[in-house]
Design a protein around this ligand. Sequence first.
Ligand code: MN
Ligand code: MN
Length: 480
Amino acid sequence: MTEKKSKKDDGKSPLEEKLLMKRPFSWEGMEAKKEKAVFEFCDGYKTFLNAAKTERLAAKEAVKQAEAHGFKPIGEANGLKAGDKVYAVNKHKNVILAVIGKGPISDGINIVASHMDAPRLDLKQNPLYEDKDTQMAILRTHYYGGIKKYQWVANPLALVGTVVLHDGKTVDISIGLGDDEPVFMAPDLLPHLAHKEQAERKSQETIRGEELQIVIGNMPINNKKVKEKIKVRVLEFLNKKYGIIEEDFLSAEIEAVPVGKARDVGLDRSMIGAYGQDDRICSYTSMAAIFDAAKTAPERTAVALFVDKEEIGSDSNTGIKSKFLYNFVTELLERSEEGCGCETMLVMSRCKALSADVNAGVEPNFKQVHEMSNASKIGFGVVMTKFTGSGGKYTANDANAEFVGEIRVLFNKHKVAWQTGELGKVDEGGGGTVAKFLAEYAMDVIDCGPALLSMHSTFEVSSKADVYAAYEAYKAFFLN
Ligand code: MN
Ligand code: MN
């Protein structure tokens, strides 16, 4: 006896239709109206990426947008009640936006946590020297985060950062992001002469840390008394424009970042290519989601948390391991109508969190690092990653089935496109996010964010459908 085929005639029997897992491709059968909304939303995302090339600029942009949506500094708020919108900034790099819910804050908060830092080249503290043989002024760098160093050479870079000057004043510097501004680059070795020196190295050593050096000048100053003519010319420029002297580099944070603007990828413009999408894709989408949630007071208090230092393990006072979130929740309680009758730690344990971070999208040319049945692909929706870590789930946040179930039901109810994803084959490698640090408070937390191609490169690629799915996912989470 043969089974009756379903009406859709996609080759599945009714029994298969009922029992088998469905992981639909998001673009398949997407209505024109939705497609238009997806593309429009992504235009805003690209604008954000172009403005937010560093964690400081991303934090500044988040505050600017929050203020435009009526968020006030928490220090100015008292008697907080449902629908009130507040924010806090930690040392220019770490931001929290909150919308007070209808229910008591002490019942817990719905948190979406993303990070605004991205892999890059930091300038060393004593960066500038003049190479006599080549008559070049060079900047020494120290890479930040997990990069494939060879991707960062022979590419235009901008220098962006903050310098505390000898007189104690602070200046922000930015050279190379404007279309008419000069750019910088770390030279690579030409293939003709790379047969031995470079070709015999292992790929991680193709470029070594100390070989990531940036060319910043090649012209002497016209002054016979000066010995280091190229270097001094560079310093003179920096001095005229920003008041910088050489020692000021010691109290500076200057980052070399790719200059390219976010671009549509593909003839169909279905994807976005840009630097820093890990994890500003989640920062932007969770920001948009909390602005929507702010239009009507959500049931539970909503928090969009943007942290720094995730790429280097979440340490430092702007990383999620600092107590900034904890202190913010204490302040929320103190400044709310309900008052501070409850221990912050208890409230933290009642929170629910999405660790909004990216996963690895399967690259068509490197499928072998994935176990395809549990791998995430771009265009298949936001990825729920139950656990991260490496090997036998070491150092993972492993979300409880109950919480996975809760989020799954929520996403299905709100028709959020989502998929499951594991970061590569079991013994292939691994990685982590901020999830395990939120889990320390005993709150429920799961990783949830889009998949990317070429993560941590200077040009990461996302699917526009997934950008929108992430926004819908975070919105559903905030509003329920
Ligand atoms: Mn990340
Ligand atoms: Mn990362």
